[in-house]
Design a protein around this ligand. Structure first.
Ligand SMILES: NC(=O)c1ccc[n+]([C@@H]2O[C@H](COP(=O)([O-])OP(=O)(O)OC[C@H]3O[C@@H](n4cnc5c(N)ncnc54)[C@H](O)[C@@H]3O)[C@@H](O)[C@H]2O)c1
Length: 451
């Protein structure tokens, strides 16, 4: 089948490459000329494990190409996906649909014959209805079906998620469109991925409800972690104790510095707005957002607590900047609010991330970018693990002890065992586990410790 993918970002590029890998012919279109040019030269503009190989093999075999002009690809396509961004609208938190509507107007001008137009972008309930109106306004006799097919992939595991989804949600009542969607996804349901056919508005809501639920689960365990710290309980054991219950499940129960990323913050806000507009407010989701917002800055107070609340003249080294490992995506990363809060408290900040540094430089200024975890830690008063990249899981604590000004490790992802770190002489604090541990009970300047 001929497919046009409008928008070649994280979702469009991964989806396009995967559909090509299923055997379809896909053209990925983007307005960003530099991005398309680099893809045409075989360079991948984002970091996503396995993506470069997938793009390379499908381009070489002639099933995947790239263009800045949607005219020809749309005219030839039976299926046109819209995978452009839907960021938060400045000022009110509604989803900004201007990119989606612009893409729809451009598509409308080019469609030729029966065409299924599919929103893969996360769009509020009713957007499909509006797209139908826009397209028929421009082309009153166009033969189109507008389908909602929300995407659930996770950055960092996007190809695995796309090829082995828990479910595929298809929102349409149109029988011809259902056949096209079934043909597109046939290789997946041969592997037994359930396709859930539903109404278009229901499909649109499923995506937001899923993200809001996951954000709620994370926020719930984060608040339980805070309680654990007050009462001397261990949040990891609590999470295991509740996660083994099949009704709850173990995923999204890792306490940390608060959720971030390109989806949860904006999607929860947009859902809240939709619900308010329909006089059915979602109080739980409103609270989740409020709790998560204040949590990121609260992490800076956790760092300051190691120094009696005062970070003036202190140098804090952060390991990990992206909102999660295995991506270079810095959108709404907790590290951003954490850096600002640390700087507000007077700290100098050094940072290192394995792949997110270039993206970070566009949002974080006044920090020192370092070449590796150890150069970042050199002469720092505290080392903070912000993102749990694999390479931060087995740091050489003896080496850190030698090079840091003060042996303080604040682990916002609970990747170390408190006893192990304490044994090596560090002052250590983590999330929701029995209080700060250290041999000396207070952070002590390295010279005093070793001398
Ligand atoms: N990133 C994720 O993990 C993820 C997961 C599921 C769903 N989503 C949703 O998918 C959508 C896309 O997200 P993303 O992270 O891929 O965004 P992105 O910002 O990485 O990519 C969007 C791309 O669309 C391009 N674009 C905008 N208008 C265009 C137009 N008229 N024609 C051609 N190209 C255009 C932009 O240049 C950009 O390259 C969003 O609605 C998002 O909520 C994202």
């Amino acid at each position: 089948m001929r497919v046009a993918m409008i928008g070649t970002g994280y979702v469009g590029l991964v989806s396009g490459a995967c559909f090509a890998d299923f055997g379809h012919h896909v053209t990925c279109v983007d307005k960003d000329g530099a991005k398309i040019e680099s893809l045409q030269r075989g360079l991948i503009p984002i970091f996503e494990p396995g993506l470069a190989e997938l793009v390379e093999s499908n381009s070489r075999e002639g099933r995947l190409d790239f263009s800045t002009d949607l005219a020809a690809p749309v005219r030839d396509a039976e299926a046109v996906f819209i995978a452009v961004g839907t960021p938060s609208r400045r000022g009110d938190g509604h989803a900004d649909l201007s990119y989606v509507y612009e893409a729809a107007r451009e598509i409308a001008a080019e469609i030729d014959g029966f065409t299924v137009i599919i929103t893969k972008s996360t769009v509020p309930v009713g957007t499909g209805d509006e797209l139908e109106r826009i397209i028929h306004q421009i082309r009153p006799n166009a033969e189109v079906a507008i389908v909602s097919n929300p995407e659930f992939l996770r950055e960092g595991a996007a190809i695995q998620d796309f090829k082995h989804p828990d479910r595929i949600v298809v929102g349409t009542e149109n029988v011809r469109a259902k056949d096209v969607m079934a043909a597109l996804y046939r290789p997946l349901y041969l592997n037994a991925a359930p396709i859930l056919y539903t109404g278009r508005r229901t499909a649109e809501l499923i995506k937001y409800a899923a993200n809001a639920f996951l954000a709620t689960k994370i926020t719930f365990i984060n608040e339980i972690a805070d309680l654990c710290e007050k009462i001397g309980a261990d949040v990891q054991e609590v999470a295991r104790g509740i996660g083994l219950d099949n009704r709850i499940g173990p995923k999204f129960l890792h306490a940390g510095p608060g959720y971030g990323g390109s989806c949860f913050p904006k999607d929860t806000q947009a859902l809240i707005k939709t619900a308010q507009d329909h006089a059915a407010p979602l109080r739980i989701v409103e609270t989740v957002c409020a709790v998560n917002d204040v949590r990121k800055r609260a992490m800076a107070r956790k760092v300051a607590a190691a120094f009696g609340g005062n970070l003036r003249t202190k140098t804090v080294a952060l390991l990990g900047l992206t909102f999660k490992p295995n991506t270079d995506d810095m959108r709404e990363a907790p590290a951003i609010a954490l850096v600002t809060a640390l700087q507000d408290m007077g700290a100098k900040v050094r940072v290192y991330d394995p792949v997110g540094m270039e993206q970070a430089k566009t949002v974080l200024t006044d920090v020192t970018y370092c070449e590796g975890p150890y150069s970042c830690a050199e002469d720092a008063d505290a080392l903070v693990i912000v993102t749990e990249w694999e390479q931060f899981r087995a740091l050489d604590l003896d080496r850190l002890m030698q090079i840091m000004a003060c042996p303080v490790l604040i682990d916002l992802r609970n990747v170390y065992w408190p006893e192990d770190v304490a044994r090596s002489g560090f002052f250590y604090d983590s999330i929701g586990r029995p209080g700060p541990t250290s041999l000396a009970k207070q952070p002590v300047k390295r010279l005093a410790l070793v001398g």
